[in-house]
Ligand binder design. Structure first.
Ligand SMILES: Nc1ncnc2c1ncn2[C@@H]1O[C@H](COP(=O)(O)OP(=O)(O)OP(=O)(O)O)[C@@H](O)[C@H]1O
Length: 229
């Protein structure tokens, strides 16, 4: 069976010629949650940005349902394979303004959108939070509101950068429950979270700071671990 989302040989060389990561392969079927972990500075955030076509990379290619980013067009690719940052960028206005603007610019005609307020209700957020200016929200409220906006835009693949890092344990479990069943690559530093949500795991080693000659490193770069339930 062909995977819904595939990335092969994704590699990023830094300006000083060291590899940040090399030959990363990812394949996701619908409903897969691939947990991405690895030491700080290994390039996890950068890898997600490469997969979303937000950052240029040195080599490799990816496809969604067999179609490349070039074929779909970069704006469409980014709305279908969506990167969700750990902290929302400083947006003007409210979370609903962001949602309405993203909806307006969505390049796919006839796309179905969910209601971010409905998603937020499951996470102890009220409609008022979505109509409040971003800078009046707490870190945890901001993180949940931004994630609810992303989910409501219905991307096929979510690239989640530590999506619960600002949340208390109760909110973390609520968010995890909503995300189960979505197709995601999910960065976390928490082994407990990985155990709760991962259908698969990928470890990104820290190549760029390795003192060994790069040829001595395991050629496969990242290591995939399969977890069966
Ligand atoms: N285009 C680039 N040019 C030079 N350096 C870069 C580039 N992109 C990323 N880096 C560097 O690569 C390193 C990896 O950063 P990244 O944020 O991806 O790591 P991470 O694994 O997500 O770390 P953390 O777990 O701390 O969030 C950083 O030192 C960053 O500055």
């Amino acid at each position: 069976m062909t995977a819904m989302f595939q990335a092969e040989g994704i590699s990023m060389k830094l300006k000083d010629d060291r590899w940040l990561f090399k030959d990363v392969n990812v394949a996701l079927n619908k409903g897969d949650i691939l947990v991405l972990r690895g030491p700080s500075g290994a390039g996890k955030t950068t890898l997600l940005k490469c997969l979303a076509e937000l950052t240029p990379y040195t080599s490799g290619h990816s496809n969604l349902h067999g179609k490349s980013p070039m074929h779909l067009g970069i704006p469409t690719w980014r709305s279908r394979v969506m990167y969700v940052p750990q902290r929302p960028a400083i947006h003007p206005g409210t979370p609903m303004d962001l949602f309405n603007m993203a909806k307006k610019y969505a390049s796919q005609k006839g796309k179905y959108f969910d209601d971010p307020i409905k998603i937020g209700k499951d996470w102890n957020l009220s409609a008022a939070h979505f109509n409040e200016n971003w800078n009046y929200l707490s870190g945890g409220e901001m993180q949940r509101a931004a994630l609810a906006v992303a989910l409501a835009l219905n991307p096929e693949v979510l690239l989640l950068d530590e999506p619960t890092s600002a949340l208390d344990p109760e909110s973390t479990l609520l968010v995890e429950n909503t995300l189960k069943g979505r197709t995601c690559i999910w960065i976390t530093h928490s082994p407990q979270q990985e155990e709760r949500v991962a259908t698969r795991s990928l470890v990104l080693p820290r190549l760029a700071f390795n003192t060994k000659d790069e040829d001595e490193l395991d050629d496969s770069g990242a290591t995939e671990i399969s977890i069966s339930f």
